[in-house]
Ligand binder design. Structure first.
Ligand code: FAD
Length: 447
C-alpha cells in the first residue's frame, strides 16, 4: 500500500510529527503491513495517541453493516463516526449508550479509548455496551473478542489505545429514545463547595450531568460553575413547535489561527463572566436538541485554532471521591496562579471503575483543563498537577495526554503489568506502537 509522509497531530495540535500514513480503502485492506504502526480514527484524541512511524487511517473503512431496529443493536466498521451513526439511528428512535463531547470521533477510537460520557456515574464507559469486536492482530489473523469470548484480549483492547491490534468491526447495544431532544436544567454554584454539593444532591441527579467551571475565578469564588443536567425528553413532553421535523444546523468554522495574545487572562475572564451569568440564569427546565446538549463545541469546526498555532494540552484527570474536593481545589489554585487562561474547564462525576485494563474512569470526579502550549513552562506546570493527582490516588486520561512520563504512568495505571502480558501474547514484537506508547514505555516491563 502507498504511504504518504505528512505532518500530523492530535486535536490539541501538540505535538506535530511527520508520520508515514496509509489509507486502506476497504475492510480487507486493513492489516499490519509495517514494522510498527498504529490505527487512527478521526484524530480527536488530543495528544500523541494516534501518531507513530506508520499511521493507518481508518476513515474509509466506515460501512454500517447491520442495524436491528427492534433489538437496538448496530454492527459497523470501526472507521464510521458517531455523527454518521447518529444520523441513522436517532430518526429510528435509538441513541448511543455513551458519547464523548464530540460526535466527530470514530467507533474504533471510542473503543480504543473506552470513552466516557456525562452518564458515566450511571452507565459506565463505552466498552460496557460493546457486544463484540473483530480485532486484526500483528500476525494479521482476525479474532472475535467480547466480555465472554477471549475476554482478556477484549478488556486489554477496550481502553488499550490501539496497541493490541486494529479494531475492525464493532457490535454495540443502543438505548431507546422517543425524541431527539433533551430536557435540560442548569444550576449555578457560587464556588467549589456549592458545586460539589450540587453533584452530591441526589434530588438533582439526572441521567447526564456536567459542570462548566470558571477556572479564572479565585478566592471565595474559586470553582464557581454551572451544573448542566439532563435526560432524553419523551415526545409527549415536547411543546408542539419542537414536535415538527428536526433541522440539522451546519457547523460554523474557525477560519484561521488566533494570534497567541488573543486568549489572555482578561478576555477569558470576560467570557467566563458572561457565560456564568447567561447560563446560570436558566434555572427552569428547558428543551435542547441532542446536538446542542452533547456537542456544544461541534458547532464551531476547528475550534482548536482558538489556541493559535502552538496548540494546547488538555489536562484531564480523575480523583477518587474521598479526596476529590481537596485535589480539585489544589488543581484550580495551581492553574490560577500560573496565569494560563484555560478557556475550557469541566468537572464530571464518574461511577465505578471500568473493566478495561487501561481504562481511565474510576469512582470520583474528573476535571478537564485546556492549557495553551505557549512555552516550556506548561510542562513544569503539568508536572505539578501530576503531583497533586498522584497524592490523591488519581490518574490522567491517556486519550488527552501529551506530557505524562513513564514513571508517573505506572503508578497511575496499576493494571499495566496485567495488560502487558496480554499485549505480549498477541504482539510479541511490539508491532503496534504509537508515540504515546513509546513516551510512556507502554510496551516494556515495569522497573
Ligand atoms: C471536543 C472533544 C470532546 C471530547 N470529549 C470526550 C469525552 O467527553 N469523553 C471522552 O472519553 N473522550 C472525549 N474526547 C476524546 C475522544 O473521544 C477520544 O480521544 C477518542 O478516542 C477519539 O476518537 P478518534 O476516532 O478521533 O480516535 P483517534 O484520535 O484517531 O485515536 C485515538 C486512539 O484510538 C486508537 N484507534 C482509533 N481507531 C482505532 C481502530 N480502528 N483500531 C484500534 N485503535 C484505534 C488510536 O490508535 C489511538 O490510540 C473528546 C475529544 C474532543 C476533541
Amino acid at each position: 500500500m502507498n504511504k504518504l509522509n505528512r505532518p500530523l497531530s492530535g486535536w490539541g495540535r501538540y505535538p506535530v510529527e511527520t508520520c508515514a500514513s496509509e489509507r486502506p480503502e476497504r475492510y480487507q485492506d486493513l492489516r499490519a503491513s509495517s514494522p510498527t504502526q498504529i490505527a487512527r480514527g478521526q484524530g480527536r484524541s488530543y495528544g500523541d495517541a494516534a501518531l507513530g512511524e506508520t499511521v493507518i487511517l481508518t476513515e474509509r473503512v466506515n460501512r454500517m453493516l447491520a442495524f436491528d431496529v427492534v433489538a437496538g443493536t448496530l454492527r459497523a466498521e470501526a472507521g464510521v463516526t458517531l455523527a454518521e451513526i447518529l444520523d441513522v439511528i436517532v430518526p429510528q428512535g435509538w441513541f448511543l449508550p455513551v458519547t464523548p463531547g464530540t460526535r466527530f470521533v470514530s467507533l474504533g477510537g471510542c473503543v480504543a479509548a473506552d470513552v466516557h460520557g456525562k452518564n458515566h456515574h450511571h452507565d459506565g464507559a463505552f466498552g460496557q455496551h460493546v457486544i463484540d469486536i473483530e480485532l486484526i492482530l500483528a500476525n494479521n489473523s482476525r479474532v472475535t473478542c467480547s466480555a465472554t469470548e477471549n475476554a482478556d484480549l477484549f478488556w486489554a483492547t477496550v481502553g488499550g489505545m490501539g496497541l493490541t491490534g486494529i479494531i475492525g468491526e464493532v457490535s454495540l447495544r443502543l438505548i431507546p429514545i422517543s425524541s431527539p431532544y433533551m430536557q435540560v436544567r442548569h444550576h449555578a454554584a457560587a464556588n467549589l463547595t456549592a458545586t460539589f454539593a450540587l453533584f452530591e444532591n441526589a434530588a438533582l441527579d439526572d441521567a447526564y450531568s456536567v459542570a462548566w467551571i470558571d477556572c479564572l475565578a479565585t478566592g471565595e469564588s474559586l470553582g464557581r460553575s454551572v451544573l448542566m443536567t439532563g435526560h432524553h425528553a419523551a415526545v409527549v413532553d415536547l411543546p408542539n413547535t419542537l414536535q415538527s421535523a428536526v433541522k440539522i444546523k451546519p457547523a460554523k468554522s474557525m477560519p484561521f489561527d488566533l494570534p497567541a495574545a488573543a486568549l489572555n487572562p482578561l478576555t477569558v475572564k470576560l467570557f467566563n463572566q458572561f457565560y456564568y451569568t447567561r447560563e446560570g440564569r436558566k434555572t427552569q427546565p428547558f428543551f435542547a436538541h441532542y446536538t446542542d446538549y452533547f456537542y456544544p463545541l461541534d458547532g464551531i469546526s476547528h475550534w482548536n485554532r482558538l489556541y493559535g498555532k502552538s496548540g494546547f494540552v488538555q489536562y484531564q484527570c480523575v480523583i477518587p471521591t474521598a479526596g476529590a474536593f481537596g485535589a480539585v481545589t489544589a488543581l484550580l489554585e495551581k492553574l490560577a496562579v500560573s496565569r494560563r487562561p484555560s478557556f475550557l474547564a469541566v468537572l464530571k462525576k464518574l461511577g465505578a471503575q471500568d473493566q478495561g485494563m487501561l481504562s481511565f474512569p474510576l469512582a470520583g470526579y474528573t476535571l478537564a483543563l485546556d492549557i495553551p502550549m505557549r512555552d516550556a513552562g506548561v510542562l513544569a506546570l503539568t508536572r505539578e498537577l501530576d503531583a497533586i493527582v498522584l497524592a490523591h490516588g488519581g490518574r490522567v486520561y491517556l486519550a488527552k495526554d501529551a506530557v505524562l512520563n513513564a514513571q508517573t504512568f505506572r503508578i497511575m495505571y496499576p493494571r499495566h503489568a496485567e495488560w502487558l502480558r496480554v499485549k505480549q501474547l498477541v504482539d510479541p514484537h511490539g508491532r503496534f506502537a504509537s508515540s504515546l506508547s513509546k513516551r510512556l514505555n507502554l510496551g516494556a516491563q515495569h522497573g
